[in-house]
Ligand binder design. Structure first.
Ligand code: NAD
Length: 508
């Protein structure tokens, strides 16, 4: 974390573009359909609030059903007439690289918008959110000519081949927590495989994605209709996911909405739906971690960066009774030392929760923890000190002596709230770790190789981290089991989900 003392200068990175953003945000943002910025036919606007001070920062138009229809037609036309799928793979790769470069060149602008909209620290937007979005376009640029079909070893006088073709018109619906990064996770592989796209960011955090579309449009990189931006709330998402002309929906968001999308698919054209949903990830510190201090520190930052609004955050920390008191004490110290405040101040360690409603929801969980008898050892309240008075800030909150059956240990809070739970035996902790509807991430810390293998094999999670929680790389699949989702993102897995397979037989 950059800690420039007595100034608001960020060390080693570009400074925020606040004056630029103020000017840019003055105009109402439009929809982007068929290569044009268009007014919505709904006549409706959505205002976006800066969570750091509760003030409106700007607004954008909300897409109506007719706008969604128009975007689907444009995307269909671009797809069927090969405006994108027939562009050579080499050329496609070049374009994806150019998008990556453009984002990199405008990184400070994008990070500034993301922080104004979302409330996360500017450094978090700059390094993690925008930084990763830049990298993923570069990564998938390298894949445009490396993912292909198979020659099937069939009996008889036949050649049987499996082809992998783009799926068609893809709807992509995003959550509020990593707007630009989630857009890149979905856009880059879809485009690499030759699909056309309708993208809908969260109504809470649309601006950095709008700016990305402006940059792509300004550089004239894609044929018209290949990417379309549909701004709006759940109604717009609903209109995309029920549309008969949409061939696939990729969704990242809550489990409740994910289930709705599955119904919408069944009730419309049975389009494939990929789902990256919620989590309540366990993180187990046994009594023999390679380095207890490092395990404690990583467990803390794993949850509290990005103000706890991270799907795979290790929200349930199981600590063996031999190390339990030290874990509770050290984690509380770290939480109490955290500076919560202005995300554009380099001294802040934690920014503001995305919205007032979300903050209230988190505070509700904190009250439930208190009333169900968990021991509050840090935080536990809204932070309204000084300039934080009008923002949606919550002190990093740590509950010890949590029972895994409590509401705070079972439901996704999606905020800066950690539950610490003691355990004695391996069997007991595996049972508790798996006692959740979710299965996104899981961590364990031990020096015993046999135990590491045994426990990892029994944990029900899509990503398991041994001796370092939260390792992510595009080369390794990202995604959950159980009610944390269907399918995987990253690597070849995203490409697979943006292609359809056909077996073609030739008799000879
Ligand atoms: P959300 O489910 O409330 O909203 C996500 C998106 O769905 C938004 O764009 C919203 O407008 C849209 N939407 C709402 N109702 C809809 C409907 N009926 N039909 C279609 N679209 C609809 O989620 P959120 O609050 O923005 O994000 C937080 C959630 O996202 C958390 O549960 C978190 O765990 C999850 N998440 C998961 C991952 C992952 O990779 N597994 C990553 C990030 C976030």
């Amino acid at each position: 974390m950059t800690q420039a003392m007595n100034s608001k200068v960020f060390e080693g990175i570009e400074q925020p573009k606040l004056e630029w953003a103020k000017e840019w945000l003055k105009t109402t943002k439009k929809l982007y359909i068929n290569g044009e910025w268009m007014d919505s036919t709904s006549g409706q606007f959505i205002e976006s609030i800066n969570p750091a001070n509760g003030k409106v920062i700007g607004n954008f138009q909300a897409a109506s059903k007719a706008d969604v229809d128009q975007a689907v037609s444009a995307a269909r036309d671009a797809f069927e007439h090969g405006a994108w799928s027939t562009v050579s793979r080499k050329e496609r790769a070049k374009i994806l690289r150019k998008i990556s470069d453009l984002m990199d060149q405008h990184r400070a602008e994008l990070a500034t918008l993301e922080t104004l909209d979302n409330g996360k620290l500017y450094t978090e937007s700059y390094h993690d959110a925008v930084g990763e979005a830049v990298d993923i376009f570069e990564y998938y640029a390298g894949w445009t000519d490396k993912y292909y079909g198979e020659n099937n070893p069939v009996d008889g006088n036949f050649l049987s081949v499996t082809t992998r073709d783009p799926i068609g018109v893809c709807g992509q619906i995003l959550p509020f927590n990593f707007p630009l990064d989630m857009a890149a996770w979905k856009l880059a592989p879809a485009l690499a495989m030759g699909n056309t796209v309708l993208l809908k960011p969260s109504e809470k955090t649309s601006f950095s994605v709008i700016r990305l579309f402006e940059l792509i449009d300004g550089a004239n990189l894609l044929p018209k209709g290949v990417i379309n931006l549909l701004l709006g709330d759940g109604e717009t998402g609903q209109n995309i996911s029920t549309h008969m002309g949409v061939d696939k929906v990729a969704f990242t968001g809550s489990t409740d909405i994910g289930k709705k999308l599955v119904h919408n698919s069944a009730d419309s054209n049975l389009k494939p739906v990929s789902l990256e949903l919620g989590g309540k990830s366990p993180n187990i510190i046994f009594n023999d971690p390679p380095n207890l201090d490092q395990a404690i520190e990583r467990s803390f930052y794993g949850l509290f960066t990005h103000k706890g609004e991270k799907c795979s955050a290790p929200t349930r920390l199981f600590a063996h009774v031999d190390v339990y008191e030290k874990v509770v004490e050290d984690i509380s110290k770290l939480a109490n030392s955290y500076v919560v405040g202005d995300p554009f101040d380099p001294k802040s360690n934690q920014g503001a929760q995305v919205s007032e409603e979300h903050m209230e929801r988190i505070l509700g969980y904190i009250e439930s923890g208190k009333s169900q008898g968990a021991r509050l050892v840090a935080g536990g309240e809204r932070d309204m000190t000084g300039e934080n008075a009008n923002g949606f800030y919550i002190r990093p909150t740590v509950f010890a002596d949590v029972d895994n059956k409590m509401k705070i240990a079972q439901e996704e809070i999606f905020g800066p709230v950690l539950c610490i739970i003691p355990f004695e035996t391996e069997e007991e902790v595996i049972a508790m770790a798996n006692d959740t509807i979710y299965g996104l991430g899981a961590g364990l810390w031990t020096n015993d190789v046999s135990r590491a293998h045994r426990v990892a094999s029994k944990l029900q999670a899509g990503m398991i981290f041994v001796n370092k929680y939260g390792c992510y790389d595009f080369a390794s699949p990202f995604g959950g089991l159980k009610q944390s989702g269907w399918g995987k993102e990253y690597a070849v897995h995203s490409l697979s989900s943006y292609t359809k397979q056909k077996a073609i037989w030739f008799a000879y």
